[in-house]
Design a binder for this molecule. Structure first.
Ligand SMILES: [Zn+2]
Length: 308
């Protein structure tokens, strides 16, 4: 248990936000914090940073973090944090606030709301990909199995991992987008109708920062595989993200890696920017390897442990 340095949260549900893969309700969140409190010492984000920098963190000290600037976090989790007087990290990608928000969250909404269930989506997606590639997926499947792709993410199902393999290793961003846009067209899904319900506004970010939470970097476009980008492109991702957040919440000093992906270039860029603390998104490494490599446990794993 001592390697639980931080907990990573994404989706929450209530009347306004539909349940989706891995999402939790307000009461589940509240119970989870109580449960965590039994074994751990939940520190405020700034206190965690302070103790970390002074090598004063105890094995049971942990912090909470929320990725992707999701409105459901503001609506569902924030009131609970307020009640329990816990300050957390919020990692925000900026394209959400531009004219061209990244499609990641839109695609997620589409696949959880416009299909009977996630396997129904996967069935459609896999057969569409097969057509798009006009080749048998057998060879890719063999390779995927050989490398045990993403097996470090204990919360993913077999199909979740195969989906991510096709998306990130075979199709790449452009072809993946093409497939998804086609599926959206087939289902007559118009993202404009739901977009206002996905993310926090800049005003919300200002508000959570004023409440004492810490808003940190999460790149501009949220690439699912930043390690595949050149040094220059990675630098642009973080610098534009920094510029944007700096205007809203002032000096930014923390970050988390989108999809937990990075390479030595990423770490060099963050160091040069003067970022002080950064988080991974899995537990492959249970120890803190460096200041931008603090492991985080997915809230779905905590939920599982609670049920054991
Ligand atoms: Zn993210």
């Amino acid at each position: 248990m001592s390697f639980t340095h931080a907990i990573m949260f994404h989706h929450f549900h209530n009347q306004k936000h539909q349940p989706s893969q891995g999402s939790i309700s307000s009461s589940e969140f509240s119970n989870m914090l109580d449960w965590l409190n039994n074994s751990f010492n939940i520190l405020g984000a700034k206190e965690y940073l302070n103790k970390f920098e002074n090598s004063k963190l105890k094995p049971n000290d942990i912090c909470l973090s929320f990725d992707d600037a999701l409105l459901c976090q503001y609506d569902v989790a924030l009131p609970i944090l307020r009640k329990k007087k816990i300050k957390a990290f919020f990692f925000v990608y900026s394209s959400v606030y531009s004219k061209k928000p990244d499609n990641l969250e839109i695609f997620r909404y589409f696949r959880t709301n416009k299909f009977k269930n996630i396997n129904d989506f996967y069935k459609t997606f896999f057969s569409t990909v097969e057509k798009e590639l006009s080749e048998n997926l057998f060879f890719h499947l063999k390779e995927y199995k050989k490398i045990n792709y993403l097996s470090e993410y204990l919360i993913y199902t077999e199909k979740d991992r195969w989906f991510r393999y096709l998306r990130d290793e075979i199709l790449g961003p452009l072809r993946y987008e093409k497939v998804m846009l086609k599926l959206m067209e087939d289902k007559k899904f118009n993202p404009k109708k739901i977009i206002h319900n996905l993310w926090m506004s800049e005003q919300h970010l200002k508000e959570i920062s004023n409440l004492g939470h810490v808003v940190g970097l999460h790149t501009f476009n949220h690439p699912t595989k930043i390690s595949k980008l050149s040094y220059k492109k990675q630098q642009k991702e973080y610098e534009e993200n920094y510029k944007h957040l700096n205007k809203i919440v002032g000096k930014v000093f923390s970050m988390s890696h989108p999809c937990g992906d990075y390479n030595h270039h990423t770490l060099e860029i963050l160091e040069k920017m003067g970022i002080r603390i950064g988080f991974r998104s899995n537990l492959t490494e249970t120890k803190i390897k460096g200041k931008f490599e603090i492991p985080r446990k997915d809230h779905a794993l905590v939920l599982k442990e609670m049920k054991e």
